[in-house]
Design a protein around this ligand. Structure first.
Ligand code: HEC
Ligand code: HEC
Length: 251
């Protein structure tokens, strides 16, 4: 179901705010709420902290296929305003779903309220995206809580997956060149250095990669990396990645 009343309210209100002189967030006076939302979608300063490097578009396509063959951890957001629930059923409110991203990944201090002009502009933008072709249906999201070893896969395929899923934040393999987040280690070298053999077994070192990819900043791990669900990255593909990183199997 579409929500024309709240959209109209959001549009009117955000359009008004766009016209407010002196509002530092809305320099483009004649931008519509949708345009304003589209710009915010790609703007890391939306989190209002200099520690954040991500924009929404780091992890989400607006419309499926937007980011070519990138494997992004978040779902495409076209149709999101109409979905029955979010985060694999763990969240029922759209605003709540967005606030999780702002808090856990983008380290924003305070959650958005429905009155925030940024929230309204993002809402107007999401509302404007096409919601046909099943985009309004709940997106399956199966986090993996219980970890187990994943066998070796195809290293060449893993190289491709690194480019599509990991390089946006971690940069190039080994060197980390071009990384978005200074804290994100160069893979796999820096992570292996931080988990030296002796202190860690080869099996432990494999699990460090598996755990980080599956839990991201959750389940006790901490940090700002998003988790990759089984729908985004299968165990087989994770096995390909581990082989590409040269982790021995059997460990
Ligand atoms: C660092 C990565 C990351 C960033 C940045 C991020 N998200 Fe997310 N987002 C996720 C992940 C992972 C999920 C959970 C998987 C899912 O349901 O899409 C999620 C879930 C969501 C959902 C629920 C989607 C659904 O149908 O289940 C919405 C809506 C959303 N994010 C909006 C946003 C918006 C708007 C921004 C920018 C303000 C943002 N996210 C920034 C990673 C991110
Ligand atoms: C949206 C950005 C982002 C993406 C995409 C991403 N990471 Fe990360 N990753 C980080 C950040 C930031 C850190 C530093 C620790 C933290 O803040 O979570 C990190 C840390 C790690 C670590 C170090 C864990 C440790 O304990 O030392 C590993 C391993 C890792 N990432 C693997 C991957 C792999 C493999 C992929 C691709 C499947 C990937 N990451 C995709 C942001 C990202």
């Amino acid at each position: 179901m579409r929500a024309p009343r709240s959209l109209a309210a959001a549009l009117a209100c955000a359009a008004l705010l766009c016209g407010c002189p002196g509002d530092p967030e809305t320099k483009v006076v004649d931008a519509t709420a949708v345009d304003h939302g589209a710009a915010l979608f790609r703007d890391p300063s939306i989190a209002e902290t200099r520690f954040n490097r991500y924009s929404c578009s780091t992890c989400h396509e607006a419309v499926a296929g937007d980011a070519g063959d990138a494997m992004l951890p978040g779902a495409p957001l076209a149709g999101a305003v109409e979905r029955p629930h979010y985060w694999g059923g763990q969240e029922v409110e759209l605003l709540g779903a967005i606030n999780h991203c702002l808090y856990y990944f983008m380290t924003k201090d305070l959650p958005w309220t429905a009155d925030d002009d940024a929230a309204q502009a993002i809402y107007a933008y999401l509302e404007s995206l096409p919601s046909d072709g099943g985009a309004a249906e709940a997106v399956p999201f199966t986090p993996v809580y219980e970890l187990s070893q994943i066998p070796a896969g195809d290293a060449a395929a893993g190289g491709r997956i690194h480019e599509r899923a990991c390089a946006s934040c971690h940069g190039r393999v080994h060197s980390g060149e071009g990384r978005l987040v200074p804290r994100a280690p160069a893979l796999p070298d820096q992570t292996l250095e931080e988990h030296p053999l002796g202190e860690y077994t080869e099996a432990d070192r494999r699990l460090v990669f598996i755990e980080k990819v599956r839990h991201g900043g959750f389940v006790g791990y901490g940090g700002q990396m998003p988790p990759f669900s089984r729908e985004v990255l299968s165990d087989e593909e994770l096995g390909d990645l581990l082989s590409f990183y040269g982790l021995p199997w059997p460990p």
